[in-house]
Write a protein that binds this ligand. Structure first.
Ligand code: ADP
Ligand code: ZN
Length: 735
């Protein structure tokens, strides 16, 4: 190292570069993977040391010095830094923002890896203390005091109190003023892997599961394995036994799960079987809890880490296996800011660290299936349901030829009646929340639209509101038309309306609506899932949220209402998506001994999509779709990048993309196809006009070379100042 080492530091700003600094004056010298505090503009910022260099474009005299070293030891190893750098390069995203995405909030803020936590305790009560009087005068304070007395000298931290008594702070002030409560600082609790005493025994794997496990056991080195098993085929059982192998070797396992709801059931199963508590990393946790879990993963204290998307960046010192459960789920792709795919990064990370990665799904994406065809990934099939369960039967209901009342056709109503009288549970799937998607005037035909988006407002009857599902705008629901003052009426069905219909038709049934509106407050989702799992709920009405991964033992009938939503979609992936969501929701039916039945309401029963699905299932649909994509040259046969831009003025949104387009025209490359710029399919959203430029190439390196140049050009162009713009590599949605 030279005498004057210069540190290359990633700072959380939207610029595609690292910044040069001199080390802090005090020892020791920071090393790669440690955080430092640096002067940046007029403020100080937290930065991450990425490495050293011997020279800088900035004259030595002008180089600023780091103010402070924040960590005793590197947070990220070389391997982890590789993933950060790879992410920045592959997604053409500023390195400092990638580092920020990889750090838990408190570390991003510059807090210590082992932060002090404030704990609250009850003071010693005077003999004369009259608890009854306090209960009478200030019941909240009495409640808090009781909780603190129960916790004794260990005390309770803010997270715990928030959980127990959400509004405890006010009461806390009162108690403190009376001298009845005090606080002290201590180190954050260490993560406890807490052995659960009674563990459930391994199931005896069936023949297919056994074969799958043997393939997975072949190697502890890199390999990408697609565990392609029909719903209920026992994929989770196979993961569990493979996880046990890796844990026995003393290594760590990272399991990535989709965003919503799945975690509680999976976590219960993991801890029951493996006898240890996984460290959890997801957005529902408090910052402190998240940091505790992150630290445990980083240090190797936690052997099993279960997390959503961003957990892919978690440093793990002894990582031996990554599992991506429900590989096809779109929530693995971040749709804003750093637009990464956690699934794809999992594969890249596994390859770099030379460990296996298992991708599980009943409806694998065409990208992964194509890799299997090319033999770059291993395709493992579980063709039958595990245990005694048989596959559900699918049947179409022609909604043009059969009577439909308020969204429910006669045959479906009849099937619900039958299922209920046989003590079965019913799930009605409709991927549209609210009461109705449209509010129309009966006289002039005016449709209530969002003022800030090119979209209709959804009627929400429970809250008596009209809401925009794109920008969140919301206003009171009125009975009269804005234009002519005549009576308006809701058109079409959402989950709220279906709930009303079903309550009316089945007054004795316990009906549970499960969508993002009904599960907003804390604990609501868990409670809903609990009542679904226990069989207490007779009819479940749900959106996509309910279609994923759940295991409801009593469920025998699934009804899909308004199944045609994706049939005529504009995105080349609409068909794939729709097939995935139908198969996934159908897969909730008949997972135990009673057979499952799936009824699908469609106005187009003759459509090729339905015919293929009924005859050949997901396999046939995906085979056909791959053949089509090969001819039309869409992914996975080509690669895409989408450059998006949004601005208050239509012309501003287009100007930056025009500049990009001109550059591409002047540097024409045969391997690159450029489409646009055009207005986005929803041209105005949240008050901004949106435009996009699509880059397509069959050659990955061409695409990335071009994107790298474009990023720098756009970043430095004055036209960029008026716009929000982004590069989306491997976009999963083309708008
Ligand atoms: P998937 O993850 O493929 O949807 P699961 O692993 O959840 O499937 O298994 C579905 C059901 O079958 C669960 O109730 C599970 O306990 C049961 N099961 C899985 N494997 C076996 C087996 N080998 N023998 C008996 N039951 C099994
Ligand atoms: Zn809107």
């Amino acid at each position: 190292m030279s005498e004057n080492p210069i540190l290359r530091i990633a700072v959380n700003v939207p610029l595609s570069r690292e910044f040069d600094y001199l080390p802090p004056t005090s020892e020791p010298l920071p090393v790669a993977g440690q955080r430092v505090l640096v002067p940046f503009g007029r403020r100080q910022q937290v930065g991450l040391v990425m490495g050293y260099s011997n020279n800088s474009d900035i004259p030595l005299k002008k180089l600023k010095r780091c103010a402070e070293l924040l960590d005793d030891a590197p947070l990220f190893s070389e391997e982890n830094l590789w993933l950060i750098q790879f992410t920045s390069d592959y997604y053409h995203h500023p390195i400092g923002e990638v580092v920020a995405a990889a750090l838990p909030f408190l570390l991003r803020q510059g807090r210590s890896l082992h932060p002090a936590v404030e704990k609250y305790v009850a003071s010693e009560l005077p003999d004369s203390f009259d608890f009854a009087a306090l209960t009478k005068r200030a019941p909240k304070q009495a409640e808090l005091l009781e909780a603190l007395l129960d916790a004794d000298s260990v005390g309770l931290d803010a997270d715990q109190l928030n959980e127990m008594l959400p509004k405890w702070r006010g009461a806390g002030k009162g108690l403190t003023n009376k001298g009845l409560m005090s606080s002290f600082e201590c180190h954050a609790d260490a993560f406890d892997e807490q052995l659960v005493s009674a563990t459930s025994p391994d199931l005896t794997l069936n023949e297919h599961q056994q074969d799958a496990l043997s393939v997975l056991r072949c190697s502890n080195q890199f390999g990408a394995y697609l565990l392609d098993g029909v719903t209920g085929s026992g994929k989770t059982e196979v993961y569990l036994q493979r996880v046990q192998d890796i844990l026995k070797q003393g290594k760590q396992v990272l399991i990535l799960v989709p965003e919503i709801g799945l975690t509680p059931q999976l976590v219960a199963r993991l801890s029951d079987r493996l006898g240890l508590c996984p460290a959890l990393l997801h957005s529902g946790l408090s910052d402190n809890a998240r940091l505790t879990a992150w630290r445990a993963a980083q240090s190797g204290t936690a052997h099993l880490v279960v997390g959503t998307r961003s957990a892919i960046f978690t440093p793990m010192s002894k990582l031996g296996l990554i599992i991506v459960d429900e590989e096809h789920d779109q929530s693995f792709k971040q749709q804003e800011g750093l637009r990464y795919s956690a699934r794809d990064l999992a594969i890249a990370r596994a390859k770099h660290q030379d460990i296996p990665v298992i991708l599980g799904s009943a409806t694998p994406t065409l990208e992964i299936l194509q890799h299997c065809r090319n033999s770059t990934y291993k395709h493992i099939l579980l063709p039958a349901r595990a245990g005694g369960a048989s596959p559900p039967t699918l049947r179409l209901i022609d909604t043009v030829r059969t009577p439909v009342t308020d969204g429910i056709s006669e045959p479906l109503a009849e099937a619900i009646r039958r299922a209920l009288s046989a003590d079965g549970q019913v799930l009605i799937f409709l991927n549209r929340r609210g009461f109705a998607p449209t509010l129309i005037c009966s006289t002039c035909g005016h449709i209530a639209g969002c003022e800030r988006c090119d979209s209709r407002l959804t009627v929400h009857s429970r809250s008596r509101q009209l809401r925009c599902h794109h920008c969140g705008a919301c206003r009171a629901l009125k009975e009269q038309c804005d234009e002519c003052g005549e009576v308006v009426r809701p058109l079409g069905e959402g989950t709220e309306r279906l709930e009303d219909t079903l309550r009316h038709r089945f007054p004795n049934a316990v009906i549970n609506r499960i969508d993002s509106d009904s599960t907003q407050h804390k604990g609501a989702m868990d409670a809903a899932l609990q009542s679904a799992t226990s069989g207490e709920a007779d009819i479940l009405i749900g959106t996509q949220m309910l279609s994923k991964g759940h295991h409801f033992p009593a469920l025998t009938l699934v009804g899909v209402v308004n199944a045609d939503q994706g049939l005529f979609g504009t995105d080349f992936r609409s068909g794939e998506r729709m097939a995935q969501s139908i198969i996934q929701v159908a897969g909730r039916a008949g997972r135990e001994d009673r057979p499952g039945e799936v009824l699908i309401q469609t106005a187009f029963p003759e459509n090729k999509f339905w015919r293929t699905l009924m005859a050949g299932g997901y396999r046939q649909l995906s085979d056909n779709a791959l053949a089509e994509r090969e001819i039309t040259r869409w992914p996975p046969f080509t690669r895409l990048a989408l450059i998006r831009s949004a601005a208050h003025q239509h012309s501003d949104a287009h100007r930056l993309l025009d500049i990009a387009k001109r550059y591409l025209d002047n540097n024409a490359d045969n391997a690159l196809r450029v489409l646009g710029p055009v207005d986005a399919p929803m041209a105005r959203k949240a008050g901004r006009y949106r435009a996009q430029l699509l880059l397509q190439s069959s050659d990955r390196s061409t695409l990335h070379r071009v994107l790298k140049e474009l990023r720098l050009i756009m970043e430095s162009d004055p036209a960029a100042r008026k716009v929000r713009w982004s590069i989306d590599v491997d976009p999963v949605e083309l708008f």
